[in-house]
Design a protein around this ligand. Structure first.
Ligand code: GDP
Length: 427
């Protein structure tokens, strides 16, 4: 059976921790979209790790970590990441890479940087990992598939063809040096040697796994609001962040996805530009940022401070709906224990009208939050493992959110560790 772990919001909801936890009972953990532009932070017995490309199952010896065809594969990043975990004593993980995954090229990273420089103040706040140029090329049909690394004749024909186009833009738009074709061919040979032990036909492997009754976890990156179709376009990422895309980005039948665990954070945070209705500023934001996550809300890839906000029922309801949520994992609830009162955004006021349905981007920019204040619980809830043992105001907060988003909260995360979790029956 297949389970997906995905985000309802802007990313950084704690999907890594939930995947790591669910991986205990899974056989395959699959990354199906995105690249090294976002990170998961995982805390376990080996230490604290920031993963960008590897799935969060690499810490178990019983799982196979899969890089699906939908991923933007940065081969050197993958290899440095494998090394960084084995250097800390994690046993060599079993990793397979789809022969149909495409490769982030060195020039994708440069184009990302050059474009953000060119846009200046109007930039997207890209992590400059080459993701947008990568996916643009994939759909323009000038990307390089892993399988192509093994066909030298193909590379020798394709490199000049692709570079001719790239070099016009480099020279005339960005005023930068052109791509050196011979150097690029050498780089691709290095990539081929690095990736070759891992390459496989992933959809075939997963087909057999399903026939054998294995459990497959699909691990999403970012969240619904960063989806290119359903998110806050154009301040989105370049690949679909939705569970449904897991079928495509892994190469499995859509009807095999039986459980969609949508991770929802107990307050909001976002990176990059774009409308963020329940955003807070100043001291209030600084305090939440400092106390947030595990050691503060700073980007796992870039280290930049995240934008902070109160819980947004409108965005989260929408986020859960588009994921096709069967279960909500409500995370980082322990962080809110310091507040006397906790504001929650229950509606958006747009041109004098209040709505609880998430609007299209141009309307979103005009939205003002409608806030309801709930009483805080003023204590540390870490270590509690039964729902009934949570303070009453904490349970009320969870139940308020559940009612407003309309999807069952069946897991509550009250700490960064694998076992900081409270399971709860469906109401
Ligand atoms: P992801 O990209 O969705 O995996 O999220 P990140 O890993 O970027 O951000 C989540 C952060 O919150 C990480 O630092 C986690 O260790 C931490 N975290 C996850 N769940 C909890 C929780 O329930 N409580 C606390 N305090 N931290 C958590």
């Amino acid at each position: 059976m297949v389970k997906a772990v995905v985000g309802a919001n802007w990313g950084d909801e704690g999907k890594g921790k939930i995947t790591d936890m669910l991986a205990e009972k899974a056989d395959f953990i699959v990354r199906f979209q995105g690249g090294a532009n976002a990170g998961h932070t995982i805390v376990n017995d080996y230490g604290k790790f920031a993963l960008h490309t590897l799935p969060s199952g690499v810490f178990y010896s019983h799982t196979t970590s899969v890089i699906g065809n939908g991923v933007a594969l940065n081969i050197p990043v993958l290899f440095n990441e494998i090394k960084s975990i084995t250097d800390k004593g994690v046993p060599e993980p079993r990793i397979v890479v789809s022969n149909r995954a495409q490769i982030v090229m060195p020039y994708h990273i440069l184009f990302d940087q050059y474009e953000e420089e060119r846009l200046g103040k109007a930039s997207f706040g890209s992590t400059k990992s080459g993701i947008a140029p990568f996916y643009s090329d994939k759909y323009a049909k000038i990307g390089f598939q892993v399988s192509e690394l093994f066909d030298d004749d193909l590379l020798k024909e394709k490199i000049p063809r692709v570079c001719a186009q790239k070099n016009v833009i480099l020279e005339h738009l960005y005023k930068k040096p052109p791509i050196d074709e011979a150097e690029l061919l050498n780089t691709l040979h290095e990539y081929r040697d690095m990736v070759s032990p891992y390459v496989c036909d992933v959809s075939l492997l997963l087909d057999q796994a399903l026939k054998d009754g294995k459990t497959i976890l699909l691990e999403g990156q970012l969240g619904t609001l960063k989806d290119p179709d359903h998110g806050i376009y154009p301040m989105v990422t370049s690949s679909s962040t939705l569970a449904a895309y897991g079928a495509i980005g892994a190469g499995i039948p859509p009807y095999e996805i039986k459980q969609v665990v949508t991770v929802v954070k107990a307050y909001s945070s976002a990176v990059g530009a774009g409308a963020f209705v329940s955003e807070i500023f100043g001291d209030e934001a600084d305090e939440l940022r400092r106390r947030g996550g595990d050691g503060g809300e700073y980007g796992a890839t870039t280290g930049r401070p995240r934008r902070m906000g109160w819980f947004d029922c409108v965005a989260s309801k929408y986020g859960c709906r588009l994921q096709g949520t069967t279960d909500v994992a409500f995370t980082v609830l322990d962080v809110l224990g310091y507040l006397d009162e906790i504001p929650v955004c229950t509606g958006y006021e747009i041109d004098g009208e209040v709505t609880d349905e998430f609007p299209v981007t141009f309307k979103l920019e005009k939205a003002k939050p409608v806030l309801t204040k709930l009483p805080g619980w003023k204590c540390d809830i870490r270590g509690i493992d039964k729902y009934e043992d949570l303070p009453e105001n904490c349970r009320k907060y969870i139940e308020f959110v559940e009612e407003h988003i309309g999807y069952p909260i069946t897991m509550i995360s009250n700490g960064p560790g694998r076992h900081d979790i409270i399971h709860r029956d469906r109401m």
